[in-house]
Design a protein around this ligand. Structure first.
Ligand code: SAM
Ligand code: F3S
Length: 456
């Protein structure tokens, strides 16, 4: 009896953690509904999915250059299919097919659960299948049970964004904010903990606007959700990303004093230090208000790691505006930042403003921002040397030298020697590690306390 080998899917992800999460869900949906195996080899694949990002022009254009290359790949073997998901798909819809006729499937961030139906439709009709709607929260109801891979996992708790910052495309491509009901989130966390997960990252484009329905008719905000999760046995650490300063509420700040499992790291995008530019971006806070919030946070967590997003060269940004951003970096002491040159996005309000800042000035500003943040980052890492950190052991070190790797409470990777034999028994445990060295992207340390039985 001959059996047909399973079809294979190759998924390429652009952009943010939301997209990484969505890509893993695409793989889950295709596996559960049609038995697709995931492959890292393009030539082995029957289906290629590009999970795209349109937040800046460069990422968006890269998708079309990839699609150009996929024409030959598709022609090389009958039955091969190409799908485009994510934010470019959402923004462009059927225009993608006109620009890249090799594309068979176009689906948005909120319709990825419909991939099996879209595949059937295109195979049946021999025409491209397109679905880029925002059918509310249907996506979550139709995803298969989460599968844990390792001891850390993501849980998406809300979708979309209703902030409409004037530079940003996300509200148009991912739709308005919509929160998952509390019970659904808790059930997913439960399922992951049962599979050995010890650290959960709660995900959302604007995650601290979470407002999930509760069984009793009330609503649950992020602070309350964190308090509820803190009582879950086995959940050693909880994180969330990405949050908006305007929703960084008193209750959320106070959670850092009350919940030891809450990560000692916060990503709080500020974008600019100039009140004038912040108003033009429609961010809804001033530099002083942002600083007040983090001052209060640091009273509760003096050693917290703080990272941010910064945009330079927003239309009309003067030297003085930019110096305000540099001042903010010194005052806030960000130890990491994603920093970007402003990229006009069609359809956003800021795209209609005159782009007055010359390209070389933008580039010079970006370099100054990056150097200032790097200096704080280096100082932060140097301060960790000599301290003892509670490290969640996530696996064997990638260097293959018998070392273990893990994550500190401030979410830094740390490598250290495990016991001579059976180090894998420590995976999923929290162990005390003294930091001995800070390298560019990781730390090195020595284990100081571990369960005696585990170390024997
Ligand atoms: N909440 C989002 C997140 O979790 O990533 C933030 C929105 S966006 C996807 C990520 C970052 O991209 C923003 O914080 C902002 O700094 C940057 N960004 C968004 N639109 C941009 C644009 N038009 N030009 C340059 N950078 C942009
Ligand atoms: Fe974009 Fe502002 Fe929302 S940066 S994702 S519109 S908070």
């Amino acid at each position: 009896m001959s059996t047909t080998p399973p079809s294979k899917v190759f998924i390429k992800t652009f952009g943010c953690q939301m997209n990484e999460y969505d890509s893993s869900k695409m793989a889950d949906v295709l596996k559960a509904a049609r038995g697709y195996e995931q492959t890292q080899e393009l030539d082995d694949a029957d289906l290629v999915l590009l999970n795209t990002c349109s937040v800046r022009e460069k990422a968006s254009e890269k998708v079309f250059s990839d699609l150009g290359k996929l024409k030959a790949w598709k022609a090389a073997k009958p039955g091969r299919m190409v799908g485009v998901g994510g934010c470019v798909a959402s923004q462009e819809g059927d225009a993608i097919i006109r620009r890249a006729p090799a594309v068979d499937l176009v689906f948005g961030p909120q319709t990825l659960h419909r991939l099996p139906e879209l595949i059937d439709q295109t195979q049946r009709t021999q025409r491209p299948a397109i679905d880029v709607r925002f059918p509310e929260i249907e996506k979550f109801d139709r995803l298969p049970e989460p599968r844990a891979e390792g001891v850390t996992a993501y849980v998406s708790i809300m979708e979309g964004c209703s902030k409409y910052c004037t530079f940003c495309i996300v509200p148009y491509t991912r739709g308005e904010e919509i929160s998952r009901p509390l019970d659904d989130v808790l059930a997913e966390v439960d399922a992951l903990l049962a599979q050995g997960v010890r650290e959960i990252t709660l995900l959302g484009q604007n995650v601290n606007a979470y407002n999930g329905a509760m069984g009793d008719g009330g609503r649950c905000d992020l602070a309350l959700l964190l308090h509820i999760l803190a009582r879950f046995d086995g959940l050693g650490r909880v994180r969330y990303t990405t949050s908006h300063p305007a929703h960084f509420t008193d209750a959320l700040i106070e959670a850092y004093g009350a919940i030891p499992q809450l990560d000692n790291q916060l990503h709080l995008p500020v974008q600019s230090g100039s009140d004038r530019i912040l108003a033009m971006m429609k961010r809804g806070y001033t530099q002083a208000e942002y600083l007040q919030k983090i001052t209060r946070l640091r009273k509760l967590r003096p050693t917290i790691s703080l990272s941010t997003d910064l945009i330079v060269g927003f239309p009309g940004e003067t030297d003085d505006d930019f110096e305000q951003t540099m001042q903010l970096i010194q005052l806030a002491k960000f130890d990491a930042a994603f920093s970007f040159v402003y990229s006009p996005r069609p359809g956003t309000p800021a795209a209609n403003l005159r782009d007055s800042v010359p390209a070389d000035v933008k580039q010079a500003r970006l370099e100054r921002v990056q150097a200032a943040v790097r200096a704080h980052g280096d100082a932060f890492a140097a301060r960790l040397v000599g301290t003892v950190q509670s490290v969640l052991v996530t696996g064997a070190s990638r260097r293959g030298n018998g070392q273990l790797t893990g994550k500190t409470p401030c979410n830094r990777a740390i490598n250290f020697d495990g016991p001579a034999i059976g180090g894998e028994r420590l995976i999923g445990q929290f162990v005390e590690v003294r930091v001995t060295d800070s390298l560019t992207n990781s730390l090195r340390g020595d284990i100081v306390v571990a369960d005696a039985a585990l170390m024997s």
